[in-house]
Design a protein around this ligand. Sequence first.
Ligand code: GLV
Length: 369
Amino acid sequence: MATRPGGAHAAKARKHLTHPVRVNRLALVRVLFCAPMSPHKEVLVRPKVLVSRKVFDEALALLGKHFEVESNQRDVPFTPVQLVKKLQGKPGAIVLLTDIIDDRLLAQCPELKVVCNVAVGYNNIDVKAATRRGVMVCNTPGVLDDTTADFAWTLLLAAARRVVESDTFFRTGKWQGWGLMQFTGYDVHHKTLGVIGLGRIGKGVARRAKGFDMRVIYTDVQRADEATEREYGVMYVDKRTLLRESDFVSLHIPLFPETRHYLSDPEFALMKKTAILVNAARGPIVDEKALVKALKEGKIAGAGLDVYEKEPKCERALISMKNVVLAPHTASASIETRTKMAMMAVQNCIAGVNGQRPPNLVNPEVLAR
Ligand code: GLV
């Protein structure tokens, strides 16, 4: 072990990355051994990688060209103990959001060089611990922005126009014929959309609002430049103003300790009674108990949720609320996008295990140590 925390691991990462020519393209390790009564034989041993959950066949096929792949195609997440066991002796891992990669796990998997999340968010990984231990962390940014923005809009429209509730009504045979007052929801066009977090997905959501002739306001830790504001037709406001003025509030910020419960009682108290909240970012950004209270007390009108504080569960009360649309964390779930995400994770893994810089490295500081 190194005398400074993570020193040996960091040195490991450096060594692999500063001498890429030592490793051939297929990352095949040549091992010589002598068998009794036979001449020297050369055996090719390929690095081992773990795929922690079910992924697309083409991702497995590409990985298989480079590595010895162990993959959990049962699609039931490993327990933390199983995950450690499976990762031991493997330099590469393709993991999903349901896999918790913490310091305790990393400490028990010293051979691990690269952890590739098949997701843009990586709050399931302790990046600081990984960096300290010389482990590269990768994600899949960019490819899911439009698909996720589409879905934020799906939730917004579904909640505003009571689509799920109407669908259930129809399917259960309750519809007896047209009625003027039936399923009246909220207009979306010409209203005010509040985008919290004007990153790539937030921009996608804002851009789509143009087609609905909406006024779009946004807030973020940093104000965008003038050209960006003009391009997306958005106006910067502070958080309180956004909450007070928006008819629809859509969250697009990452989950960090400082964004946990970004919306709680005081924030719901500021919102319009007719407002609808959309969360396709991360569950813990919203204080779910406070959300339930706000919905019950009529402080806001509804919500479209794709993410929850304690997935796969949510506050029980949400289940019976007709003014809430609940999706099972599927905002990026189009076949095209999820395939691209898996292939990106594979490319990250190939590069990382082969001693090259992965294209989507979250912790580049791991290379500078
Ligand atoms: C999904 O939630 C992702 O972060 O990609």
